[in-house]
Design a protein around this ligand. Structure first.
Ligand SMILES: *Cc1c(COP(=O)(O)O)cnc(C)c1O
Length: 227
């Protein structure tokens, strides 16, 4: 396991170097969905600290089991239904999957009620895939503007899940367009502070995503093995 993780960290560093940045500036989220708390602990002992989960109930059980590890962090990377918000609690340091004004509204009220300020990303459906969650490009400004008066959520950036291709190079243009969108938002929405996370890149395409501007990769299979 240690060898596998070190190899991924090296590949992240190399891809970052090709873009002229330091590999330490890329956050590696180890996607542990479907794997056990024991599996997470093994990866933790190899040095990784940030884990991504996509189902709230499943995540919460593991988070509870591992609550003695005080520097472990969990990110929520899956879709959240508004009627499940109470399962979110203070369990996640970052939520990657905010995809509507309606959800943002309910979230803000929920986090206000529990006295928490939650960091979030907006999930973008860049090429309007009908089966995918995420806001389309022309809805993003509306969603961002709706956050101006929301004090219990902080928008930190964007998240993107690309279309599936056998050849991940086909997504290079989508990663590049995501980075353009990300940079445009920084210019357009001056009220945003700390809007600096671009979450894209998975096991099969993380090097391409980093070369095109990603600074947070979500890697499951290449660390934990097949689900
Ligand atoms: C499962 C998942 C990943 C990890 O995918 P791998 O191909 O296993 O690396 C990344 N992001 C999201 C949103 C996922 O659901």
């Amino acid at each position: 396991m240690k060898k596998r993780i070190d190899e991924i960290l090296n590949r992240i560093s190399d891809a970052a170097a090709r873009r002229g940045i330091d590999g330490n500036d890329i956050t590696l989220v180890a996607v542990s969905k479907t794997f056990s708390a024991d599996d997470i602990f093994e990866v933790y002992r190899c040095g990784l600290r940030v884990f991504g989960e996509s189902r709230l109930q499943e995540a919460n059980e593991k988070i509870k089991t591992l609550s003695n590890l005080n520097d472990i962090k969990f990110h929520m990377i899956g879709h959240i239904q508004t009627n499940k918000l109470k399962l979110v609690g203070s369990n996640f340091s970052l939520i990657h999957s905010v995809d509507s004004i309606y959800l943002a509204d309910k979230m803000n009220r929920y986090f206000e009620s529990i006295g928490k300020v939650q960091e979030i990303l907006i999930q973008v459906n860049l090429v309007n895939e009908p089966q995918k969650h995420g806001v389309s490009v022309n809805e993003i400004d509306g969603l961002i503007n709706s956050l101006i008066d929301k004090n219990n959520i902080i928008l930190r950036g964007l998240m993107f899940i690309p279309p599936f291709y056998d050849d991940p190079e086909k997504n290079r243009i989508n990663f590049r367009n995501m980075n353009k969108l990300f940079e445009n938002i920084k210019v357009k929405h001056k009220f945003l502070k700390d809007f600096n996370i671009l979450s894209m890149g998975m096991s099969d395409d993380f090097e391409i995503a980093i070369e095109e501007g990603s600074n947070m990769v979500r890697i499951g299979t290449a660390i934990f093995g097949r689900r």
